[in-house]
Write a protein that binds this ligand. Structure first.
Ligand SMILES: Nc1nc2c(c(=O)[nH]1)N[C@@H](CN(C=O)c1ccc(C(=O)N[C@@H](CCC(=O)O)C(=O)O)cc1)CN2
Length: 287
């Protein structure tokens, strides 16, 4: 591979049909691509949906992009498919929404600063001013947009105007506002939320207090795509931690914060590497 070679990813979702792999890999071969990773998954025969993720190296990816996309379009005539082609070199742009809690936000910023998360963060948006100094100390623009029940619509419109054309996806890092259907519709499967429970348990607000009252022996965190159904969007990643009768609610929150941070960071990392495909209310994550 030459100095200007690039590593690209091709994600495909299509009805199960013999020959799809050969058709796609033939196009890549015609472009002298070197396939370095190949993953596939087929749902149950009744559903019959085929998922594929191909990672490949290509000299002069930029120069080949137009012809490569044309050639992929050609095979969609025989193999109707949803497909997404992306390049490792083209850094994604991630906006972060936050309220007052900083642990998930800072986990992402720390991993961004060390380039462990190779992403651009064009802005942080918050309904509170608490974290402005901290975020701006990292050179990231911070937009404080206060929200009341009366101003929620205007506040969202202000956020949408800031986001327009500037981001590829959004992360809600313990953002404590429910997004309207209008907002969600403008970022389909592009808003990742970290919920502080092992969903589907304890949907909504105050899950740790409810977990304490239930006497759980496990707490957890769930990263999921945001939909209009609160905390019921496609799950991307989850993890848990054992707890016991000695834990207070504050202990649960402290232990839970560590789980939230690692679960969110992993979900964002997979998003950056185009490893996640949504199918219905589930995800396929090619790790
Ligand atoms: N459309 C969606 N919006 C949001 C989702 C979602 O799944 N779909 N997840 C939540 C995150 N969340 C729990 O993880 C959550 C946040 C806030 C609330 C809530 O009741 N908020 C109140 C206001 C609370 C306040 O002012 O402090 C509200 O919005 O009326 C429940 C769950 C993020 N958004």
């Amino acid at each position: 591979m030459s100095a200007n070679s690039d590593r690209a990813r091709l994600l495909i979702t299509c009805p199960e049909k013999p020959g799809i792999i050969s058709a796609v890999t033939s196009v890549l071969t015609d472009h002298h691509a070197n396939i370095v990773k190949f993953d596939q998954h087929t749902t149950d025969p009744q559903d019959g949906v085929f998922f594929m993720r191909i990672e490949f190296e290509l000299d002069d990816y930029e120069g080949s992009y137009e012809k490569l996309t044309e050639d992929i379009h050609v095979i969609t005539e025989e193999y109707p498919m949803d497909w997404h082609l992306s390049s490792k070199k083209k850094r994604k742009r991630m906006a972060i929404f936050v309220s007052k809690m900083d642990h998930c936000l800072m986990e992402l910023i720390w991993r961004w600063r060390s380039n462990e998360l190779p992403v651009d963060i064009p802005m942080v948006i918050s309904n509170h001013a608490d974290l402005k100094d901290e975020v701006e100390s990292h050179g990231i623009p911070y937009h404080h947009i206060p929200i009341t029940k009366e101003t929620k619509g205007q506040a969202e419109q202000q956020a949408l105007e800031l986001l327009e054309g500037k981001v590829d996806f959004i992360v809600l890092a313990r953002y404590m506002q429910i997004l309207s259907p209008n907002f969600v519709s403008q970022f389909p499967d592009q808003i990742i939320n970290i919920h502080h429970s092992f969903l589907p348990a304890f949907v909504g607000a105050n899950p740790y207090a409810r977990a304490f009252n239930r006497g759980v022996k496990l707490i957890g965190a769930t990263a999921h795509f945001v939909t209009n159904d609160l905390d019921e969007g496609p799950i991307i990643h989850q993890d848990v931690k054992q707890v016991d009768h000695r834990y207070t609610v504050e202990d649960l929150k402290t232990s839970g914060r560590h789980v939230e941070r690692s679960v969110l960071a992993q979900a964002v990392s997979w998003q950056l590497e185009d490893r996640i495909t949504v199918h219905g209310n589930k995800t396929i994550v090619f790790t």
